[in-house]
Write a new protein. Structure first.
Length: 216
């Protein structure tokens, strides 16, 4: 089984790789330090599984999961994150992830999650399932729409880059679009959210799980 590991901490990636490659039948074909690199590696190697961190600079794991699942429906994604937060759990599952494991879990639990996900079954770390149920209940009660419902995928990508301190020019270069296009997206984002400053946009991005100021 070919696996790609996506996490912005090099030591964590290397440690996880060492543990995984001791397991029979597993080969780690790539390590990505960000979401965009994870997407490129997935398209290059067509792995059976991508182990995906949530909070990564440039493109978060939620958006990377969406892009990978769109391009490679046969590739499964297992989230591995330090965040036991409803927003992260629910949104990455909506984008096609088959499991969610917390980073403080024992390796035996991760191994169990991999086996379950590769069988086509959902795996959630103990305690995570309750967050999913809570989100479902709140949605029934009419909780307001999240950024993932209000903003388009491209708008969310622009929002993440701007909230992480990238200039309009830098964001345009990262997304391979014109500065004018990024400015247009920024205006649309602000209009949709009724937000009128970059500081407020950044707070919104953090609150909605688009990015974290502490990447990890």
């Amino acid at each position: 089984m070919k696996i790609v590991i996506a996490d912005d901490h090099k030591m964590f990636r290397q440690g996880l790789r060492n543990l995984l490659e001791r397991q029979p039948g597993i080969r780690v074909v790539g390590e990505a330090e960000g979401g965009q690199e994870a997407v490129r590696m997935a398209k290059r190697y067509a792995p059976e599984l991508v182990i995906m961190d949530i909070s990564m600079p440039g493109l978060n794991g939620i958006e990377a999961t969406r892009l990978i699942r769109t391009a490679l429906p046969g590739t499964r994604v297992l989230a591995l994150s330090m965040h036991a937060d409803r927003r992260f759990v629910v949104e990455i599952l909506k984008q096609g992830a088959m499991g969610y494991v917390l980073k403080d879990a024992a390796f035996e639990e991760l191994s169990q999650a991999i086996r379950q996900v590769m069988k086509g079954q959902l795996y959630l770390s103990p305690g995570i399932a309750s967050l999913v149920v809570k989100d479902y209940i709140e949605s029934i009660r009419g909780r307001g729409p999240t950024a993932f419902a209000v903003l388009s995928p491209r708008e969310r990508e622009v929002l993440q880059l701007l909230s992480e301190g990238k200039s309009t020019k830098q964001a345009a270069a990262r997304l391979s679009v014109s500065v004018k296009t990024v400015e247009s997206h920024r205006k649309q984002i602000m209009d949709k959210l009724d937000i009128h400053s970059l500081a407020e946009l950044t707070k919104y991005a953090v609150r909605e799980g688009i990015t974290t100021l502490e990447i990890g």
